[in-house]
Design a protein around this ligand. Structure first.
Ligand SMILES: [Zn+2]
Length: 265
């Protein structure tokens, strides 16, 4: 059973620009980014609650915008709108999507380790609480509006394999296969350097061996056992100081040791 993450409540007053009070029928969780790297998330909270909610015009038109949650650079999770009411963040999905605005860092708008951990914890918990599937029900804003309209969150849209890994991390946390302390920030620039060495497309297991949710051999990262005879698709090799690991198409990692696996194609 996954505990609810710590959430700082910053309830927005009822208002027509961000919190109309309309009932939300949650079917998806939509991830957004706050738009500019290295800007504190609490500024976004303040913008929604203290500026937009009071009626704020840009080019003569009122802004309608809000978010259920905002996650800050230090991992703090703010909640502005209850999850049984709609917010204005995800366009045509507003009637069924919980929205999470996330602060980003660096030129590529990736996530700090603290932010990433909070994203995974909050999304895994929301999927449990709302009866959703982490692999299919966590979406990007761009999934709804298309790339021509907006790349949001820009890092995940430009790096779809990271979005896949993020959803897998949420799924593993919800399923109890990993703990919160095991969450590894796959968006970190120092994560998973892929070797340029020859990478086989397929490997065959020759002796039962564990596979892992992150590229290390700790028992806490084990997510299952690959059985002798099984064949897996490889998408990369992770260089390690001891034994290297294959990254599998599923997002999991397995040893390159020829005691356990052999190249198949
Ligand atoms: Zn967005």
């Amino acid at each position: 059973m996954l505990n609810k993450p710590i959430v700082i409540e910053k309830w927005q007053k009822k208002n027509k620009y961000g919190r109309p009070g309309t009932a939300l029928n949650t079917k998806k969780i939509a991830i957004h980014y706050t738009g500019k790297a290295d800007v504190d998330g609490w500024r976004t909270v303040s913008y929604f609650n203290n500026i937009v909610a009071n009626g704020y015009k840009v080019n003569g038109k009122y802004i309608y915008a809000s978010s259920h949650y905002v996650i800050d650079l230090d991992g703090t999770i703010y909640q502005l709108i209850p999850t049984d009411e709609i917010c204005y963040a995800t366009n045509s999905a507003n009637s069924y999507a919980i929205a999470i605005e996330v602060a980003t860092t660096g030129d590529d708008n990736h996530y700090t380790d603290e932010t990433y951990k909070s994203m995974v914890h909050l999304c895994a918990w929301l999927c449990m609480y709302k009866g959703l599937d982490c692999k299919t029900d966590i979406i990007t804003h761009t999934d709804i509006v298309g790339k021509a309209y907006k790349l949001c969150p820009i890092y995940m849209v430009k790096n779809p394999h990271k979005m896949q890994q993020f959803k897998l991390d949420c799924w593993n946390l919800k399923a109890g296969k990993i703990g919160i302390d095991d969450i590894i920030n796959c968006t970190s620039p120092s994560y998973s350097p892929v070797a340029t060495a020859y990478i086989p497309k397929l490997i065959k297991i020759i002796q039962d061996v564990n596979y892992h949710h992150s590229p290390d051999f700790k028992s806490s990262t084990v997510v299952g056992v690959a059985q002798a005879g099984e064949i897996f698709t490889v998408i990369g090799i992770i260089k390690r100081s001891d034994t290297n690991m294959y990254k599998l198409k599923s997002g999991y990692y397995i040893t390159t040791s020829t005691k356990y696996v052999q190249k198949y194609a």
